[in-house]
Design a protein around this ligand. Structure first.
Ligand code: ATP
Ligand code: MG
Ligand code: FE
Length: 353
């Protein structure tokens, strides 16, 4: 099927067009620069930017794919999770298009779309799939039995997202926003063993009862490492020492990559998942990629990392998941569903009313 996907959950306005598992267009406009002065995404500013960028981005995607709205078989849009004001812009636009062009509309889950995008490079996904999603807004480990209707959350952050922790540490070091890329670059020049920062929630959490043990939770916490970085900076200042910025970056990066990879691999082992997919903007991180590749290899897990332009938020991921739903005969959502800022991963798409 030819599917048009609309993404607006955070600071990227994305329109993607796919035919089955083939990518035809992926137009993305980002309001990241507008948030730089604040050190993080400002919801109101993001929503306004979506209103401005939506139609030009749609026109760019249709031109790139060389199709018209008439040619499209279905429209998919991110219904959640995300910033509500931002989500509403995409959902309102998608409903207007679906009504005007008389096309079926699917409201889909942003997190599952981060997984579904992988079919655009390397084809269909295996049945026993784990996913590690790391970005400015999320840090999750998923088990994906079926992209259409069987996704489970194995762990998530209880405080900051991984990318958020990067951005906050970068801010403490005066490195600007977004901080991830700069910290990553400086980390390459530092000693990762210079300072031992805490990993946070290192052990899997037991769930269920003694009689009926449940699956473990593989949750994350980054507030401890953030506080520890702040304390170490205070220490250097108090002692009148120059801050070893590269060493702080390298040590922080090692702590984050260590806990992310250890937990993702452990979750895969617990659930017998032999393929792990990495997604989200933090997938760009060199330290994370290196350690994850090494640990997956020792554990006999196949690692799949889509190209970075598909790892960050975009419309193609929404279109790819939409095409999968159409191909699997899932019912469209109709035109009267609401956005859901905290849509759980178990809800892959919004059922018709
Ligand atoms: P969402 O959470 O909805 O996916 P987002 O806009 O917050 O949206 P992305 O655009 O996917 O997330 O990624 C941006 C985040 O990734 C920022 O927090 C940024 O600091 C981080 N990031 C980008 N490159 C790197 C890198 N090389 N190392 C670490 N973090 C990085
Ligand atoms: Mg973004
Ligand atoms: Fe995302």
């Amino acid at each position: 099927p030819l599917v048009l996907g609309i993404e607006s959950s955070c600071d990227e306005t994305g329109i993607g067009i796919v035919r089955g598992q083939t990518l035809l267009a992926n137009a993305v406009a980002s309001s990241m620069d507008l948030h730089a002065a604040y050190g993080g995404v400002i919801p109101e500013i993001a929503a306004r930017a979506h209103v401005e960028a939506m139609v030009p981005t749609l026109q760019a995607a249709l031109a790139e794919a060389d199709v018209t709205l008439e040619d499209v078989d279905a429209i998919a849009v991110t219904a959640g999770p995300g910033l509500n004001g931002a989500l509403m812009v995409g959902v309102a636009a998608a409903k207007a298009l679906a009504l005007a062009a008389n096309k079926p509309l699917y409201g889909v889950n942003h997190l599952v779309a981060h997984v579904g995008v992988a079919v655009l490079e390397g084809g269909s996904l295996p049945d026993r799939l784990g996913a590690l999603l790391v970005s400015g807004g999320h840090t999750e480990i998923l088990r994906v039995r079926s992209l259409a209707d069987d996704v489970e959350l194995l762990g998530s952050t209880i405080d900051d997202a991984a990318g958020e922790a990067y951005d906050k540490v970068a801010r403490m070091l005066g490195l600007g926003y977004p901080g991830g890329p700069v910290v990553d670059r400086l980390a390459a020049e530092g000693n990762p063993k210079a300072i031992r920062y805490p990993r946070g929630l290192t052990l899997p959490k037991f769930t269920g009862t003694a009689e009926e043990p449940g699956p473990h939770r593989h949750d994350f916490s980054f507030s401890g490492v953030k506080t520890a970085v702040s304390r170490s900076l205070d220490h250097f200042e108090r002692e009148g020492l120059e801050v070893p910025v590269a060493d702080v970056c390298a040590s922080f990066q090692t702590a984050v990559a260590d806990v992310l990879t250890a937990k993702a691999v452990r979750a895969c082992q617990e659930h017998g998942l032999d393929t792990l997919l990495l997604g989200g903007g933090v997938a760009a991180n060199a330290g994370l990629r290196r350690l994850l590749a090494a640990r997956c290899q020792s554990a006999g897990i196949t690692l799949r990392v889509p190209p970075l332009r598909l790892c960050t938020d975009n419309g193609a991921m929404v279109a790819a998941l939409g095409a999968h739903l159409v191909a699997h005969g899932v019912e469209p959502s109709g035109l009267d569903f609401a956005t859901d800022p905290s849509l759980p991963v178990t809800r892959v798409s919004i059922p018709a009313a």
